[in-house]
Write a protein that binds this ligand. Sequence first.
Ligand code: RIB
Length: 294
Amino acid sequence: MGIAVVGSLNMDMVVTAPRIPLKGETILGKRLDYFPGGKGANQAYALGRLGDRPAMYGCVGSDLFAHRLIDSLAATNVCTDSIRRLDDEQTGVALITVGEADNTIVVVQGANSRVDRTYADTVKSDLLHSDLVMLQLEIPLDTVCYISAFCHQAGVPVLLNPAPAMPLPRELLDQVTWITPNEHEARQIFGHADALDILLRRYPGKLIVTLGKEGSAAATGDGQVLRVPAIRTRVVDTTGAGDTFNAAFAYAISRDHQLMQALLFANTAAGISTEKLGAQNGMPTLAQVLERLP
Ligand code: RIB
């Protein structure tokens, strides 16, 4: 049944400013844009751009934002049939400031907080028939643990993108097939005691750490640490680069690419995605990734 993404859908309200303001400071911004976003929706959208036909699972409100988010996914080959619309909740929103090619993000969860066990039960059969299930942490952690547990039990591979970072229960780490933190998230989850290479070797083929403009890293079963460089890009906006990485990695690994190839493919897709403003705007097609693949 292909790849299933269970996660958040947000309307991103993006202010472009000369720089990120300091605490307590007011500065003049350049423009305000509304872009479809949310880590879950971004990952589904990125898969759709690559030519996959993923299914998106999550909750939105019944407002105008909801329509725009669902329309943008549906227009990009994503099955949106199981996204639940709630009358008593607002669609999730992310307030994003982009400045000097960096960003800050505040997410108001809204309907994303209602992706609970009851919702998961209604889509459980679909998830158990999927080739791979992708999860992030903008929906309740309890639901992420619940879905991971039943997928693990049924042998359905799970890719967890642990963003935004939070402490995770041991069983969840054991149950997921891949976990893809950035370096900061890896430290929050696994602590600071071990050097990155030691940490990677402890979870060979499972822990994939994204390193921003340094690319990504993972360890193979024989203890070799792969450090795969990023491609050179003219960065406009890094919002959604992590989501593109995750989607492209899932795309490649579900097509039986080797770890090294999957990381190269994911780095390339993520790099390309930073060249346009907005999380989903810059997400590449398969042809665009292949063209820039080192
Ligand atoms: O990963 C980027 C996403 O994080 C944005 O689209 C925003 O909605 C936040 O969820």
